[in-house]
Design a protein around this ligand. Structure first.
Ligand code: FSX
Ligand code: SF4
Ligand code: F3S
Length: 388
């Protein structure tokens, strides 16, 4: 399909849907305006790398599906995963999430405490056996029979095994739950381990410290729409979010290709926005969509490298909290992507998934750009993130 056909098709779908009953249902269910909801759904479709035709299915699933029961366990962590979901600048994200799922157990958010809240967990597990989602935030200490983390008298190891036994699917949110993260930093005195290691099976992982909330929400919406979790790479990460190296989509990439590097914080190169590779940026060996999704819905530059700090590889096992910040990254690719401006040309601001999705609905025009971007984000033609 040519770019213009793609654009026409996506504009047509968005326009046709604007008056649909499904969007009326969204207004009633979520208390948000049709256009805001359509914007949000288009953003998710784009970020998942789905075709335009999936927009209707995603909207229907979000407005009509029964809210799945979610049991959310928290172990060795800082609650940053929960905070990043709930403190999103865009109020819609939090509102939609809490309307889309039935959060039946979450220690930070529960009004109840003690025996009451443990009883609520057991009741939800019994009522929804085989159908609930288990979300785990935080690493699990395994040393000394797991005594370093207990909830309601049970060790984290026991608890996660008990709840996982009847779960329809398990999602590890954050780097701690995904691969051990910060609590597993050497010498790892508590034996902090990933959920997958403790359960002895692969689970879907959404690493990041904290992870981008849109990646979690997209994963939940994928489950609601298709009845299954998204395709993942060898480390359990959804390919739509972790299929590309940060270095492939970084706005400073042209400076890397031209050999223009900041060599000290605050030097001329740093002030000019040059590449941070020589300051230890781990973008060349870290798979994540941070440069496209950005954080906190506050526009261009709202991600670590955009603010002038090297990526520390927080999503990547063996890199984040493991390699010294100043250590040079392993270069996994050296060929500049063809879609980038050549080093001699000025770099534009670039569209983000969020801005493209917003423009798509509000302007009725740019959705094609968002979805075209999505085809770059989704790992349709590249290799999945792989073990280094
Ligand atoms: Fe914190 Fe989550 Fe980091 Fe870990 O995010 S932001 S320490 S990944 O488990 O709460
Ligand atoms: Fe961007 Fe870091 Fe790659 Fe430089 S090394 S282009 S700052 S990701
Ligand atoms: Fe983490 Fe690097 Fe993204 S530090 S938030 S993976 S830019």
């Amino acid at each position: 399909m040519s770019a213009i056909d793609f654009w026409l098709e996506t504009s047509r779908v968005a326009k046709a849907m604007e008056q649909s009953e499904a969007l009326g249902a969204a207004e009633r269910r979520f208390g948000v305006r049709r256009r805001d909801f359509l914007h949000f759904a288009a953003t998710l479709v784009a970020s998942m790398g789905l075709p335009t035709s999936a927009l209707g299915a995603v909207v229907n699933a979000m407005t009509q599906s029964k809210r799945p029961s979610v049991i959310w366990l928290q172990f060795q962590e800082c609650t940053g995963c929960t905070e990043s979901l709930l403190r999103a600048e865009h109020p819609t994200l939090e509102k939609l999430l809490l309307e889309l799922i039935s959060l039946d157990y979450h220690e930070t958010l529960a009004a109840a405490a003690g025996h009451q809240v443990e009883a609520a967990r057991k009741a939800a597990m019994k009522e929804n056996a085989g159908r609930y989602l288990l979300v785990v935030e935080g690493a699990i200490p395994t040393r000394e029979n797991g005594i370093y983390c207990k909830v309601g008298g049970q060790t984290a190891v026991d608890l996660v095994q008990e709840v996982a036994a009847d779960a329809a699917a398990v999602i590890s949110i954050g780097s701690c739950a995904s691969w051990g993260g910060m609590p597993s930093t050497s010498p790892n005195p508590t034996g902090a381990s990933s959920v997958g290691a403790v359960l002895g099976k692969s689970v879907v992982t959404i690493p990041g410290c904290p992870p981008n909330p849109y990646n979690f929400l997209s994963t939940v919406v994928h489950f609601l729409t298709f009845g299954a979790l998204p395709e993942v790479d060898a480390r359990g990460r959804p390919k739509f979010a972790y299929g590309r190296l940060i270095h492939e989509n970084c706005e400073r990439r042209a400076h890397f290709d031209a050999g223009r590097f900041a060599t000290r914080f605050g030097d001329e190169g740093h002030r000019q926005g040059w590449c941070l590779y020589k300051l230890g940026c781990k973008g060349p060996e870290t798979y994540a969509n941070c440069p496209q999704l950005l954080f906190n819905d506050c526009g261009a530059g709202a991600w670590p490298v955009g603010t002038g700090h090297p990526c520390i590889g927080c999503t990547e096992e063996g890199v984040g909290f493991t390699k010294p910040i100043h250590q040079l990254a392993v270069l996994k690719t050296v060929t500049p992507p063809t879609q980038f401006a050549r080093p001699a040309e000025p770099q534009g601001q670039g569209a983000t998934v969020v801005t493209a999705g917003a423009a798509a609905v509000l302007g009725g025009l740019a959705i094609g750009a968002g979805l075209k971007l999505a085809s770059k984000l989704g790992n349709k033609d590249g290799e999945p993130g792989e073990k280094s």
